[in-house]
Design a binder for this molecule. Structure first.
Ligand code: ADP
Ligand code: ZN
Length: 817
């Protein structure tokens, strides 16, 4: 009988691919193990076994696999189930999900580029023959592709050799070349095996009697080995014996001691793990009990608690309960880098049980978390991470917490899978029979709607912890202030007054401006020309610090122009303003105060955020100017005043969620004020002080906002009443995009009639030299989502059969909001 496997390749293939295996292999293999397989003419991929069977493929001859990589599965069956759901729901291939889920170090392929890790001193004698050949080749060449290794070793089966070298830290993968990361190999010592017998040992100690210091080191090593019963670090040994490291080295050179290296956990934690959980207040306890009650018969609960109501402490209690039952908890956060504060808090409670999964971590660090989870390590009981941590190998998940569930960054836009982590979390929890808790001070309309329909349980927490008052929010009418000349730059007299008072009292200030850079647009006052990005259909943003014009879509940059490109006059002026300009104006207004800025430009690098957040926490900074980053759950004790520089550009954003988002942003930023006993103050500057959203923000009326926005969603057929699938066409040729989108829309209209909108060019219709055009499909509640997707898939297949359209990129985005 012939044996086959279906595998998942980490590429966008709609169908599983079948390979031929031997009978012995079929007995050994299990779904979730990795195999190295040939693909196409000379490509090699790492693939995941999906199923093992006896049915030869009909359309092609199955090739044989190169070899098996794992001895046990590295992907669990529950992961495969979840990935399959994700591929189906978000209309992508399971290979794309695999690619998003697994660290690259797990997925070596022929195109992977490897190089030598310059930071590690390799002991060549420890390398096996094959390993040495690769290592040697890299002495002469800075990098190699996997296929080069195939020719160097003159065999196909090379991935395990490379995997071994990557694990030892001898090799780096290309993507990691630029990371300033040294593998943490720690030096350990033991008695050299020459002296292991009793006689030899006796001899040795006699011999050493003439070298008392060395003798002392050896004796100390024995005591430590006996009492600690674990590997002895060189550093500990020299500390305990009081011997310098050169004495230890002499002993190693004389082959009395033997040194060896072990990997230490790179993802180290700082927290002690001994902090006692806080006693819940009465209101918190009530909310906690309500969540527990909901979980008895519903799988999802929404905790709507105002900012600073103490939601985190409630999460802590729920996590503890899961740990007591031996279950894992996944704590999802919108942006892990912004939440060191929270991570520290959880580590104080749960210590080593907390594993952080960080998109800014290196591949090696991510592999480590993955391995800890697969091996059911104690270290992987509470996983904290951003959206992609959903894709990790959980074994006994009991609870998922989706903190700040309204955050847009839970949605992945590019590349596929274009999933929403909140929704995918609920599905994942269901696979495990686990519960999901959504938490927010400003829930998304979807979640609040689901709660109001009884689909989720709802718990409301309307008071701040310790009964601290909600901040006092004041709207400042900019039109009036300008007219009466009460403005200095972008600061109204009211804002300056409040700032002066706050600073005099010794408190801190946060200023929010949702644009970075100095000023978004440069315009010539003579002819009206604005410098444009050559690759995208947008104006360039002026960044004063570097005296540059930059494109926020593609990263293009150029030196700031002296004269207008249109008319040649030196009359270029700035329009609008960004964080950089606000920072400068603040420095002029308050020259003796410390000002810092937090936006994409100042927070690059792994620890970019931490530095700014720390110095603000330590009160080294008086005034912090920033973008949306400021809104995400930061807890600063001494902030008394929050200023929103201009609410209007939030409200006027061209998107059906602009109003909902504005409410969420402003309420969240405001929530940073007065988190301890003092009442905070918030000033919102705007040209539309009577705008409903601003009224609702200033009176903290979430429900009113919800009701009004839902009304609009009904009237205009938007989510959560209707669902939306967005299809984007991209091509460098304008006409071809038009033709393709028109063809597609016509076919869609046959099925979905007037629920097809477009095709239409988006506000920025050319990005990186590709024209974009969109079609929206609105899906009424009673229409089957599955059937809708089937129809789209069919149309997509016919579309791809048209030769002219084959080069057009089609991006399908399910729930594109
Ligand atoms: P939220 O997440 O709802 O914005 P937090 O959980 O950050 O609120 O709580 C706000 C502040 O109140 C934090 O500084 C927190 O340490 C404190 N706090 C909350 N609950 C308690 C409690 N039960 N005992 C002591 N302090 C608490
Ligand atoms: Zn551009």
């Amino acid at each position: 009988m012939l044996h086959f496997i279906d595998v998942i390749l980490p590429i966008p293939l709609q169908k599983a691919f079948t390979y031929h295996i031997t009978e012995a292999e079929s007995k050994f293999l299990q779904p979730g193990m990795r195999v190295a397989v040939p693909f196409g003419k000379r490509k090699i991929y790492t693939a995941i076994v999906y199923s093992i069977h006896q049915n030869p493929p009909t359309a092609y001859d199955a090739k044989t696999i190169h070899q098996i990589i794992d001895e046990t599965p590295v992907v669990t069956s529950n992961q495969l189930k979840h990935w399959e759901w994700m591929a189906k729901y978000y209309m992508c291939s399971i290979g794309e999900v695999l690619r998003a889920a697994m660290p690259n170090a797990y997925l070596l392929e022929s195109e992977t580029v490897i190089s030598k890790n310059e930071k590690l001193n390799v002991n060549e004698s420890e390398l096996k023959d094959d390993e040495f050949l690769i290592y040697e080749a890299l002495q002469h060449q800075s990098s190699l592709k996997i296929n080069d290794v195939v020719s160097i070793l003159d065999k196909k089966r090379v991935l395990p050799v490379i995997n071994g070298l990557v694990e030892k830290g001898v090799l780096n993968l290309q993507e990691e070349l630029y990371e300033k990361y040294t593998p943490k190999l720690v030096r350990y010592v033991k008695l050299h095996h020459n002296h292991k017998t009793q006689d030899k040992l006796q001899e040795l100690l006699e011999e050493l009697s003439r070298a008392p210091k060395q003798r002392e080191v050896v004796l100390t090593l024995f005591t430590m080995e006996a009492s600690l019963n674990q590997p002895i670090k060189v550093s500990d040994l020299s500390e305990r014996s009081g011997a310098s490291s050169s004495i230890v080295k002499t002993l190693i050179d004389k082959q009395i001691l033997e040194e060896y290296h072990l990997k230490v956990n790179r993802v180290q934690f700082d927290g002690e793990g001994d902090e006692d959980a806080k006693r819940l207040s009465e209101a918190q306890q009530k909310a906690y009990d309500a969540v527990e009650t909901i979980f008895k018969d519903k799988s999802v609960a929404l905790l709507h608690g105002v900012t600073s109501s103490g939601k985190t402490e409630i999460y802590v209690q729920l996590i503890q309960k899961q740990l007591d039952q031996g279950k894992q908890v996944l704590y999802l956060l919108p942006e892990i880098a912004l939440t060191t504060q929270l991570v520290n808090r959880l580590q104080d409670y749960f210590g080593e049980k907390v594993a952080v999964f960080h998109s800014r971590y290196s591949g090696n660090e991510r592999v480590e978390v993955w391995q800890n989870m697969c091996s059911k390590s104690e270290k992987a009981q509470v996983i904290i991470g951003a959206r992609s941590s959903l894709l990790l190998p959980f074994v006994n998940l009991g609870l998922i917490i989706v903190d700040e569930e309204h955050e847009q960054s839970y949605k992945q836009f590019d590349p596929a899978p274009r999933y929403h982590a909140r929704d995918a979390a609920i599905v994942l929890a269901n696979i495990f029979g686990a519960k999901t808790l959504l938490g927010s001070a400003t829930p998304s309309l979807e979640s609040y709607f689901n709660a109001s329909q009884g689909k989720y349980g709802l718990v409301e927490l309307n008071t701040r912890y310790n009964n601290v008052l909600m901040p006092d929010i004041e709207l400042v009418d900019l039109a009036d202030k300008y007219k009466r000349k009460r403005m200095k730059g972008h600061f109204s007299d009211r804002l300056i007054e409040e700032m002066t008072e706050t600073l005099e009292e010794g408190f801190q200030i946060i200023l929010f401006q949702n644009r970075r850079g100095y000023s978004p647009i440069i315009e010539c006052t003579t002819c009206g020309t604005s410098p444009q990005c050559p690759n995208c259909d947008v104006s360039l943003t002026y960044h004063q610090y570097r005296d540059q014009l930059r494109c926020h879509y593609c990263g293009y940059n150029a030196v700031m122009l002296k004269t207008c490109q249109g008319c040649g006059n030196a009359t270029l002026d700035t329009k609008g303003f960004g964080t950089e300009q606000i920072e400068q104006e603040v420095k002029q207004l308050f020259p003796d105060k410390k000002v810092a800025r937090m936006d994409l430009d100042t927070t690059r690098g792994k620890y970019g955020f931490e530095k700014i957040i720390n110095s603000f926490e330590q009160r080294e900074v008086d005034i912090l100017v920033g973008t949306q980053m400021l809104t995400k759950g930061l807890d600063f004790r001494y902030v008394k005043l929050v200023g929103i520089m201009n609410a209007d550009n939030l409200l006027n954003f061209p998107d059906f969620r602009a109003h909902e988002r504005s409410y969420q942003l402003m309420a969240q930023v405001s929530g940073r004020a007065g988190r301890t006993d003092l009442r905070g103050k918030v000033l919102i500057q705007t040209y539309n002080p009577h705008h409903n959203i601003l009224q609702q923000v200033s009176t903290n009326s979430y429900k009113e906002m919800f009701a009004e926005q839902m009304n609009e969603r009904y009237n205009f057929k938007y989510p959560p009443i209707f669902r939306i699938i967005k299809i984007t066409f991209k091509h460098k040729d304008y006409n071809r995009v038009n033709l393709a989108a028109d063809w597609y829309a016509k076919s869609l209209k046959q099925y979905f009639k007037s629920n097809v909108l477009g095709p239409e060019f988006p506000p920025v219709s050319r990005i990186r030299n590709l024209y974009h055009k969109n079609i929206l499909i609105k899906i009424p509640q009673q229409q089957s989502l599955g059937k809708t997707k089937e129809a789209i898939r069919k149309i997509d297949n016919s579309f791809n059969a048209v030769k002219d359209f084959r080069s057009v990129r089609v991006v399908i985005n399910v729930d594109n909001y």
